[in-house]
Design a protein. Structure first.
Length: 72
């Protein structure tokens, strides 16, 4: 299996913390591609990660509009 390269370009927010892991919103470049928004769990050293979701800018805008429409 090929090695996955990543670079955290911008740490945006820590959404929650659980033990040795934090769920974070970051902007990440995967395999030297343009950076995208990414939500996933990371250990405190950002060496180990959990499964997550990667979003384009258009998808983040759509998500923001959907969240703004909620009555929270």
């Amino acid at each position: 299996m090929a090695e996955i390269k990543y670079e955290i370009v911008n740490k945006i927010a820590i959404l929650s913390e659980r033990g040795d892991y934090t769920k974070e919103l970051n902007k990440i470049s995967w395999n030297d591609r343009p950076a995208k928004f990414d939500i996933r769990e990371w250990n405190h050293e950002t060496e180990r990660m959990g499964k997550g979701v990667t979003l384009t800018e258009d998808e983040v805008i759509a998500l923001r509009e959907a969240l703004n429409a909620l009555d929270l």
